[in-house]
Structure formats: structure tokens, C-alpha cells
Design a protein around this ligand. Sequence first.
Ligand SMILES: [Fe+2]
Length: 432
Amino acid sequence: MHLAEIKNKFRKLFTTFEALSDLGPALTAERDFAQTADELLRLLMDAIGARESALFRFCDKPAVLTSVASRGFLSFPSPAVIPLLPSHVHALTTARGPQLLAAESRRTLLSSNGNFPPDLIQLAAPLRVGQKLVGMLAFGQPDESHYGEEEVHGLAMFAHYVALAVQNSGLTESLSNRVAENLKLMASVHSFYDNALEAFAVAIDAKHINIRGHSIRVGRYAAFIGEAMGMGASEASALRASGYLHDIGKVAVDRRLFGKPSALNEAEFKEMADHTIVGSEIVSGVQFPWPQVGEVVRSHHERLDGSGYPDHLRGDELAKHVRIMGLADAFDAMTSERPYRQPLSIGEALTEVVKMSPTHFDPETVQALLVQVRRDAVASCSPKLSAAWIKSQPDKPKFLDDRVMCAIAPPDVDQLAAVLHHKTTRNRVYSN
Ligand SMILES: [Fe+2]
């Protein structure tokens, strides 16, 4: 198999694992793990070229591997059980990645006291979450004469995901813990970082139709606003990533609250508002390449006048990236439909944020939002200009999401900019 082909297959697998990272309770509760495991084995066999495979779950009291699913073996007990000695558990826990088994290594890792002969296993991938053994993937006969190095390497990467899926299927830990584990894992698989974060954003918003696409849009708006404030590419990337994850705490909020057609009562509001605290707990143990993420997750509902939550920060206590996220988040909420109201038009939303500046929103940030909307407005009010503009900036996508109509003329944006300027300076002129 060519490398490109292998990559392609693993890419396909990754899509499956996105689903397995099961952020949404719907996925965890409603999916039968044996079925998932069967599908997983099918994809893995296809990817590494195996004819036989089995997935085992590990239980440590007593130490035993028990099969969850199998494919291709001529005769396979249901379930297959492989009891383990402490030396086997130690060897499986400390093995470096998947192991091609020869007679001796087979004896080191597995006992032959169960109802399934380890001799049938040619490639074994111990599954661990952190330092804890949670199971094992076993492969029998390969399609070709032997398993290649690339397949073993690819399997090593995805063994992490399978391990998480096995652990999650136990459903013994809280949802927040599982999300944190998944995030840590994603953070360790650098080549998939951007896709992985996007997958998280999509999964967070899968909670309810009303918030679908919200996190992706907030990440995008925040990055653009940052750019208009003169930030470089890496700061914009940090803003995009923070936007993708800003609402991660919402995985712990009851999904019914998102579709409630009336205002939330006090208890419901608290549960919703606590997504900031839950979210910051989730991300606190994850080493992101961007230190801002944790602060954004906790503080994106803080407002300059101290009226926000959860810590009622005010003024300079709100870092620049927190101010940007607060505005991007509110702007997207305003221009999105809610069960109790229609979306605001772009003009209404901008008028609103200008009105709420400088009490709630940072004027410099609002100004940057106006700059970006004006860019779209110029392009959309003149098709000729638009075509020329797109040609001149092929890599520069428009600012607003496709579902938001840029029904505002550039002079109206300028008018709002003038109002904002007046509000913040009160027409004061400084001179010496
Ligand atoms: Fe939020």
C-alpha cells in the first residue's frame, strides 16, 4: 500500500474517531459499543491490511482481557477471555506501542490459560489511557506476508483513540473528565491539531440546533477582529482556536435549556452560566500551544463594567483576547436565530454593540469589527468592485458567515464608527 493511500485510510479512520470522541451525551448514551467496536475493527483491518482482528477490554480485578468484538477469525469464542499474570499486565502497560509478536514476546505479554490461543495473534496493540491499561487490539493473519512498519506506526497513533473509546464505553467517569481526556489526547496528536479542534467545535455545538456552527463562527470572527487590530498570524490562530473551544463547558449543560422558548429561570441560568467554570476546569489540565485558551474559556462572558460572569472582572482585568472573544460571541449570538426571537440584521447588531460600548464592549475591538464588516459591505455593494477585490485578495475570505446577509452600506458603517468615536472621546480634542 502506498503511503498516500495509507494516509487516506487513516484520515477516514480519523473521521470515525471524531465520532468516538463522543463529546455529546447523545453519542455516548445512544451508541452500542459492541457495534462501534465492530465498525472500528473493520476500518482498522482495512487500513493496516489484516484478515483477522479482535478488540479486548481489560479488567484488573481479576486481571483479564475479555473480547468486545472480533472479525475474521475462523473460530472465536464469545467472549474470548485471556487471564493475565501481574508480569503480563506490567509488560502490556509498559510496552512501547504495538508489538509484532514472536514466540518469546508473545509469552511476555499474554498467557495461554484462557479460551483463546495467543498464537493466533501476530500484532498486538496495548490500549492505555495515561498509564492505565484499558484493553488490547489484536490482529491475526495479514493480507500480505507480514505487517509493515508504516501500518504499525499508524496503528500506534490510533491506538490512543481506540483506548479512549474503550474507556469511555465504561461510562464510569463524568462527562467533563472524558472530554478533558479527549482534549489531552488531541493535543498530543499534533498533525491533526487544527482538524481536531474543529471537530471539537462541531461536537460542542451539536448539542442543539440553535447553536450549530456557533463555535466555528466565533473562532473565525475573533481571528478577523484580531487581525484588524494589527495582530499577527500566530495571535490570530490563538484566537481562532480559543473561539473553537470557548464554549466547551456547554457539554455539561442540559440540552433542553438550549431550545427553551422562554427566558431561563434562576437555576437554569446558573447551570448555563456555569459552562464558563466547567469549561475552564476541562481545559485546565491540557497543554495548549496557546496560553490564552484557558482564560478565554473562563472569562468570555465578562464585561468591562463588571456586569459579566463568573468573576465579575472589570476594565483592565479583561485581557485583550478576552474582550475580542466576548464581542465575537455576542455578535454571533445577535445575528443568530433564537427560539424566542428572529436574528438581528447586521445593522441592528452593529448598532447594539456600539450602544453597549464602552460599558460592555471594548471600543477598540468594536472598531475592528466595524472595519471587517465594512470590508464585506464594500465588496457586496458593488459587484464590479467585489470581483476586483476578490481577485486582489485570493486568500482573504470574507468576514461574515454566509448565513449572515451583509445588508448594510459602507456609509452606514462609517456612521456607526463616528458614533462610536464620539462616545469614546466625547469629541475631546487634545492639544498641548
Ligand atoms: Fe459562552
